[in-house]
Each structure stands twice: as C-alpha cells, then as structure tokens.
Design a binder for this molecule. Sequence first.
Ligand code: HEM
Length: 449
Amino acid sequence: MTPTPTPTPAEATPAAAATSTATATPSADAPPAAALDAWRVLSLDLPRLHADLAAGRPDAFAARLAALPPLTGADLDALADDLARLAALDVLMVEAVARRHRLDLPPRTAAAVADAVGAVARRCGIPPILSYPLYIRVNPTDMAAIRRFTPLAAEFRFIRMHRLIEDVFDRLIAGLDRVLDAPDRAAALAAAMPGLRADFRLVNRTMAAFRSPARIDRHAFVDGFRPYFEPVLDPATGRTVLEGPSGLQSPTYRIIAMQIGYRDRVMDGWTDRIAACHDPATRARLAAARAARDAGRSLTAVCDAVLGPAPDLPHLHPAYAADIPALLGAALAGGYVSPDIVATFAHFALPLGEWPAEAPADGEAPPRMAAPPVAPVGRATLADLAEIEAMLFGMHLEHAAVAAVQIGAVRGTGGTSGVEFLLLATFRRAFPRLWLSGLGANLAGGLGG
Ligand code: HEM
C-alpha cells in the first residue's frame, strides 16, 4: 500500500538530470514552448535546490528564477486543459517556494513570477495559489515526473498515499452512482456492499498510515514540506487572503458526502467556499451533485424510503454524541478504524463526543423517535446503511487522529481550526432518523459478527 522511499525525480533518471542541465539557463527570447519547459524543469529541480534553500542559501534558486523566460497567456491558450493544469502546478509550486523562503527578489523577477502566476490562474480559472487538486491530482504519479518540494521520502509518500485515497474515492463515486441510478436502489446497495467495505477499509487504513512515523515522519512534514502549503495572509491584518492546499479542497470527498446524503450548513458552506479553488468543470460537477442530493439522489433518501416520511432532521448536531459508542463499536468490528484509536484520542486529551468549542451553536435537539415496524428486507437495507455510517465515522476518526499527531493544535492550511473542525464530523449523520429511532444502534451492534 505504501511506496518505498525513492530518490528525487531528478536523481531517479539520468534523462531527467540531463534535461535539467540543458535548460537550466533559458534565454529571455525563448519561444513559448521553451518557456513552459523552463518552468517545468525548475519545478522538477526543486528537490535538488531544497537543501540550499533550507540552509538559508537561496542564490542558486533565485538565479534560476531570474533566468526564466516570461510565461504569458499566449503560451497557455493553445494548450489542452490537462497540460495547462500541469503548467499551473509547475508555476504555483515555484511561487510557493519563493514565498515560503521569503525571497527578496529583484522587481523584474518578482513581476515575472506574478505575471506567470496570473497567466496560469486565468487560463485554468483558479486562484493564484497552489491547491490540493493540483498537488495531489494533477501531479503525475510517474516517479521521474512527480513534482515535489523536497527530496524527503515522507513528501513522496504523502503525495502517493493521498493519491491512492483519491483513486479509491473515484471508485467509490462510481459505485455509489450505480446504486443511486438503479431502479431498485436497495437491491443495488446490497450488491455494492462488498466493494464499499473493501474500499473504505483501504481508505481508512491508508489514512491511519499518515500517523505512522515510519511513513510520514512528523518533523519532515511540519518543518520539511508543510511550510510550502501555507496560505497567503494579509500583512496588515494577518487574515487569510488565499487558502493554501488542504484536503478540504478534495472534490471527490465532497461528492461522496453528497451521494451519501450529508446536508448541513457547515458542509455546504465549505463546499461553496472551496469551489473557488477548482476549475470550472469541477465546480459544475460539485454543483450538480448538490442539486441531485437536494432532489433526493442520495443514500439518505434510500433510508427514508424504508423508514417512511419524517420531519426534516438535522444532519449535524451535538445530540448525535449519543450514537458515538455504537458507531465506534461498529467501526472497530468492521475494520473501519484502527484498534488503537481510542488510546490515541486519550493520548491527545481529545474527548470523543464533546462538541468542539469553536463549532456553531445548533438549534434544538432533534427528538428521539419510536422505530416504525420494518419488514426484514427493509431491515437488511438499514443494516447496510448503519454499516456505511460506521465506515464514514471510522474515516473521520482516523483523519482527526492523523491531524492530532501531525499538526496538534495548529490551524489547518485550508483555513479551519484544524483538529476541532475535523472532530465536528463525528457529530454528522447521513441517516439521522436511523439513529434517532434507536434502530441504528441496534443494527450496529450486530455488525462485524
Ligand atoms: C498529514 C496528513 C493530514 C493532515 C495533517 C490533515 C489535516 C487536515 C485539516 C487540518 C483539515 C481541516 C481543513 C484545513 O483547515 O486545512 C483537513 C480537512 C480535510 N482533509 Fe485532511 N489531513 C491529512 C490527510 C488527509 C488525507 C490523506 C485525506 C484524504 C483525501 C484528507 C482529506 C481531507 C478532507 C476531505 C478534508 C475536509 C473534511 C471536512 O470537510 O469535514 N486529509 N485535513
């Protein structure tokens, strides 16, 4: 599941190193393709330049930056979208390096960087800062072509493990689409369960691996490559002007969340906010998933179809703490969370079930309600849904634990409080009525047996 440490891309293949030397000092009147190539070569060389930069010797990097040919909109207009996004990755990684090391660039170089940043942002319809979709999704997985800031094996794994999860998210989306588009959704769900089980176990275990020092050493993360993910702050007020790369910007997670049926103002508020960091096609995809959810295309609707009409219940509420023990038991029984998860939370003095202080106050507690009579076939569907809720709950627990280990009390690069924000998800329910009727806890007790 986890790749072994590797040398830097430039060291990995002699061909890459040769390209790098050949184009290290491109001329200012180079043709457009050469301008793109020059930015790409510098981006690929970042791991090799990192040691000097980290030691406070920026001259080699600054000289390479000053020698880059101007990159303009005209260079990018003719490119296919995927190549334009790759160019954006290159330019925005180089910009992140200059910003992180607070380089005092000559005005001409600073203007050339700003122009290149503006050109890729306009061409791709994205903000002028590196984003999670670029760094994790657009980044090639090929070892000789992968872009990274440092030669650290931890960064290589960080990208590859994230990418693995994103690839599984793609598969989950396709599987959930099949369920939601089926004429008999309950039967399609039963057929999809083995795939969902395997995929969520893979996602949650990969997530858990992010807290292993052997995979992602904390020092390498916190001092090595996370500083390149910092947001842009207003120097006068300290307020965030542009959010840095964060898993918060993962569109695939949001689509799964909407397919399952999460619907609350925290979730939707962040979906709106992060939409800006996506290209127009992804923004349209997110909007379509949300409209479909609101029109009843979600697993919440499958649940409601079994339980009958119900009042509009909140999906996020402090009262849902009551179901945490049942969900935890089901997640442990199903292999959706690590056996040491409770000890990890205790170690970081993070009490499960305590509504985070920064979280918005929410309305009245939803009423606990009597369970309606359910036929055995409907009961089997509800058991599937309770298990899916446990899969998601396990993912949220693993994620919050990773953040506790890796960043502690520090704020997230995406603009949230960090661990507190992630813990909020343990109070989110895709199937509120299932839990409020007591059926969820009842069925969860029988899972994994
Ligand atoms: C070292 C590893 C990780 C750390 C420290 C971390 C930290 C965080 C933090 C602090 C947030 C809150 C948003 C912010 O302010 O940035 C967040 C959100 C998020 N992260 Fe991670 N994360 C890690 C790994 C992952 C992985 C492997 C994924 C898988 C795709 C992921 C997906 C997400 C998602 C989907 C959100 C939004 C959650 C929500 O809206 O409830 N993260 N992460």
